[in-house]
Design a protein around this ligand. Structure first.
Ligand code: ZN
Length: 246
C-alpha cells in the first residue's frame, strides 16, 4: 500500500549509515514511524526533507505495518531555527510533547497546525518563547483530554477577581475568598494570566496566539502551564530539562 501525506518530522533515530527511523506527525494518521534513507543511501537526496523539524510531503510505502519513505519533498525546513540553540531546543520540546500526547491513528489536524504555527512564530520571533511554550502546553493538553475548567472560581463561579489560585491536579481555579474559606492553596495567578489561560484553551484556533501580557506575566503563565502539564504527564521531558539548562 502506498500513501502520500504531509507531516512534521518529530523524531529522528539513527540505525546505520544507510537507514534512519523517523517519526512523523501527520494530519490524518497521527504519528507514523517509517524507515528513511540515511546519508549514504542511494536515495540520500531525500535526507534533507526527512530531518528532524522538517515539514515535508512524504510518499510512504507500507507492508505488514512497516512504513518506508519512498520520496520526500520539503514544504518548510525552518532554516533559521537551526542556528539558535534556545529556539531549537524549545522546538524539540514541542516535538517531544507531540510524541507523548498524540493519540494513536487519530485525526491530528489541529495538533499539527499548533506545532507548525508555534515553530514558525519561534523561528520568526513573532512571539516570545515563554508565550509560545505556554500556549503549546495548554492547548495540547486541552486537545488530548486534559481541558482545565477555567470558566470561573470552582466554588462561586466568579471570573473577575484580581487573583486566582489554580489547582494543577484538578485543573480548576478558586478566587481568593473561596481559597481562604476552604483552606486550599493552588498556584497564585494574576487576573491577566487567568484571562490568558482562558483565551488559550477556549478561543478558536485562529486566535490562540493573539493575546498580550507583560514579560513578567508571560513568565507567570509559562510556570503555571508547565506545572499543569507535568502534573498530567506524570513524567519529565529531557528536552524540557535541556531548555531550562540553557
Ligand atoms: Zn470563589
Amino acid at each position: 500500500m502506498r500513501m502520500t501525506t504531509d507531516g512534521l518530522i518529530v523524531r529522528e533515530q539513527f540505525t546505520g549509515e544507510s537507514t534512519r527511523i523517523i517519526t512523523v506527525l501527520t494530519r490524518e494518521h497521527g504519528l507514523i514511524r517509517a524507515f528513511s534513507p540515511g546519508a549514504r543511501s542511494l536515495k540520500s537526496k531525500y535526507v534533507s526533507s526527512t530531518q528532524l523539524l522538517c515539514f515535508s510531503k512524504l510518499s510512504l510505502a507500507e507492508s505488514k505495518g512497516i512504513y518506508r519513505v519512498e520520496s520526500a519533498s520539503p514544504i518548510d525546513v525552518f532554516f533559521e531555527l537551526r542556528n539558535d540553540v534556545v529556539k531549537l531546543s524549545l522546538a524539540q520540546y514541542f516535538c517531544e510533547l507531540a510524541m507523548f500526547f498524540t493519540p494513536e491513528e487519530d485525526d491530528c489536524t489541529e495538533l499539527l497546525r499548533l506545532l507548525l504555527n508555534a515553530i514558525k512564530f519561534l523561528e520568526k520571533e513573532m512571539h516570545s518563547p515563554a508565550k509560545l511554550k505556554a500556549t503549546v502546553e495548554l492547548r495540547i493538553l486541552s486537545l488530548t483530554g486534559y481541558l482545565p475548567d477555567l470558566v470561573g472560581c470552582r466554588d462561586c463561579a466568579n471570573f473577575s477577581q484580581d487573583t486566582y489560585y489554580f489547582d494543577p491536579i484538578a485543573g480548576t481555579v478558586q478566587c481568593e475568598a473561596c481559597a481562604q474559606l476552604s483552606g486550599t492553596a493552588g498556584i497564585r495567578i494574576s487576573y491577566a494570566v487567568f484571562c490568558a489561560m482562558r483565551h488559550i484553551i477556549y478561543s478558536e484556533f485562529q486566535k490562540i496566539f493573539s493575546f498580550k501580557l507583560s514579560p513578567a506575566a508571560e513568565l507567570e503563565l509559562e510556570q503555571v502551564s508547565e506545572e499543569y502539564l507535568l502534573a498530567h504527564a506524570e513524567r519529565n521531558f529531557t528536552t524540557l530539562q535541556f531548555y531550562h539548562s540553557l
